[in-house]
Design a protein around this ligand. Structure first.
Ligand SMILES: NC(=O)C1=CN([C@@H]2O[C@H](COP(=O)(O)OP(=O)(O)OC[C@H]3O[C@@H](n4cnc5c(N)ncnc54)[C@H](OP(=O)(O)O)[C@@H]3O)[C@@H](O)[C@H]2O)[C@H](O)CC1
Ligand SMILES: [K+]
Length: 504
């Protein structure tokens, strides 16, 4: 699914109005009815609504939602926050419609007119600003936002939390942005909704399709994508009947050190469960027994080091390598990694301490095979890419790094972002906070290496693996709980994930 800019969304609006064709007030009516349907499904008739409207089309949406809810019997109060006299035509039309009905409607001109916010079974609907915000909120609008953030326990924002810019908030004043519990956004996700730093404002966000013209969307150009099942399904290969274990590649997991063998075991198990034909674990001697006992399906190749990986020759040809979980940063491990990368000619997966080592050694970065997949978490990423001020700058650094190394950079987090060397960025839609747990990244490394071994291109591998990993997390959280989720639960869910994706 594409992520378009505010400008492109405005154009999509106009294109839809012209070519569907539909009058703009009808498009607003459609958008509003998606919202009021969503609200009615979630909150029963005992809930009341206080709807705060700006004077643009976002405010117009608010007026139309108010009318629709009122017609369904809800207790609705509407407030126009008169921060400007420039009402949009569709706002004016909807204002007239509610004035012709018996809906309580007040115009707020100064803070002394802010109404008390009902606390029990009451929803505040925020339609002050949407995608038309063009400067940080000030004056009456800013006061209103602060007041609502202080007084309302249950705010739902329409299209965007008011005061939040759809893309770049680096110059914004975040004190004057609505803190919503839910954001109902139209048709396509906006970039700002995907940034972790905006989580406190956006809350949970939901996409409501409003029938913007599919031709405009399919032709629109963008580097930003939201990764959903629709994109993933066509990428998956079904296993053919006449195949043998050699058809599905050979993974080599290069991982572990004394006290961190768990990381190696998790990555190895994940590679096995990913469908790879064969998996070898290259580990320090101290891990031999634990690996063979816990993971009998894997072969073990002992490194010359007992407690850590140190220089020894490792065959890399014919393997998909997953390098880094639990290896530590000892001087001899650094030398080992350098020699390994020098020797390795096909795309590999680099994670954890492998990333920490290359962060400290620029010359080592040049040895990474083209189209390798790097999977840093935000701290590891910062070590390689340097400091950044906000999530937009972080994204730019991610692009720079992917281009510089000619690699795929997978930056883990809520909505993990996957950046291709050509600048395309995919934000993942699966996963949950329960996955922020030790070993979850090791599982991803094994899964990526396992898919790579099966002949998926590095780009498709990264997309599929991140999506599946998140899906496994969602299944695990549903069966257990977000709180109790541990990394091995993810591996246990791979079977169900594959069955549901490939066979359905
Ligand atoms: N695109 C769609 O799919 C649909 C969108 N809808 C809704 O429309 C809004 C966008 O509406 P728009 O009228 O473009 O803009 P807003 O309602 O967000 O409000 C902007 C108006 O407010 C003024 N403005 C902007 N920033 C500030 C500020 N900081 N302080 C005060 N005033 C501000 C601006 O006017 P100026 O001339 O003063 O700059 C705008 O007039 C979208 O988000 C959806 O909710 C449709 O209903 C359905 C289809
Ligand atoms: K809003």
């Amino acid at each position: 699914m594409k992520i378009l800019s505010a400008e492109q969304i405005r154009e999509a609006d106009q294109y839809t109005i012209k070519y569907e064709p539909i009058v703009s007030s009808e498009l607003m009516e459609r958008a509003a009815s998606k919202c009021s349907e969503w609200l009615r499904k979630k909150y029963d008739i005992h809930y009341s609504y206080q709807i705060f409207c700006g004077v643009g089309n976002n405010g117009g949406d608010g007026l139309a939602i108010a009318r629709q809810l009122f017609q369904k019997g809800f207790d609705v109060k509407v407030y126009q926050v008169a921060f400007s006299s420039k009402k949009s035509p569709d706002f004016i039309l909807n204002e007239k419609r509610i004035q012709d009905m018996d809906i309580p409607y007040k115009i707020i001109k100064r803070p002394s007119e802010f109404p008390p916010i009902k606390q029990q079974k009451n929803i505040v609907i925020d339609t002050l600003f949407g995608s038309g915000l063009n400067r940080p909120a000030r004056g009456l609008a800013a006061d209103m936002i602060s007041y609502l953030n202080q007084e309302s326990r249950h705010t739902i924002s329409i299209d965007l939390p008011s005061g939040l810019f759809p893309e770049d908030n680096s110059e914004n004043d975040m004190d004057f942005v609505i803190k919503a519990r839910h954001t109902l956004t139209f048709e396509l996700p906006k970039l700002a909704l995907l940034f972790p730093e905006n989580g406190p404002f956006v809350g949970q966000w939901h996409l409501l399709p409003i029938g913007l013209h599919p031709r405009f969307i399919s032709e629109a150009e963008t580097n930003y994508h939201f990764l959903t099942l629709e994109e993933i399904k066509p990428l998956l290969q079904k296993r053919k009947k006449y195949t043998h274990k050699g058809s599905f590649g050979h993974v080599k997991i290069v991982a572990g050190s004394r006290g961190k063998m768990g990381a190696a075991i998790l990555a190895t198990k994940a590679a096995l469960r990913s469908g790879a034909g064969l998996v070898t674990a290259h580990i320090p001697g101290c891990g031999l027994e634990s690996m063979q006992t816990s993971t009998p399906e894997a072969m073990v190749e002992e490194n010359s080091g007992t407690n850590i990986l140190q220089e020894s020759s490792v065959e890399t040809t014919g393997y998909s390598l997953g390098i880094g979980p639990g290896i530590g940063k000892d001087h001899s491990t650094k030398n080992f990694l350098r020699a390994l990368l020098k020797n390795c000619k096909s795309p590999a997966v680099l994670d954890a301490d492998a990333l920490n080592i290359i962060a400290e050694d620029e010359s080592c970065q040049k040895l990474i095979p083209a189209l390798s997949i790097l999977t840093p978490h935000p701290k590891e990423f910062q070590r390689i890419a340097g400091e950044y001020k906000g999530d937009l700058e972080k994204l730019q650094k991610q692009k720079d790094l992917a281009r510089k190394l000619n690699c795929i950079v997978v930056l883990k987090g809520a909505h993990t972002s996957i950046c291709m060397p050509d600048g395309r960025i995919y934000f993942n839609s699966t996963g949950n906070p329960g996955m922020a747990t030790g070993g979850s990244g090791d599982v991803l490394t094994g899964l990526i290496a396992g898919l790579l071994a099966q002949g998926y291109s590095p780009e498709n591998t990264a997309l599929i693996a991140v999506f599946l990993h998140g899906m496994a997390g969602d299944y695990a959280a549903a069966e257990e709980s977000v709180e109790s989720l541990i990394a091995s639960d993810l591996i246990h869910q791979f079977g169900k994930v594959f069955r549901n994706l490939i066979d359905s």
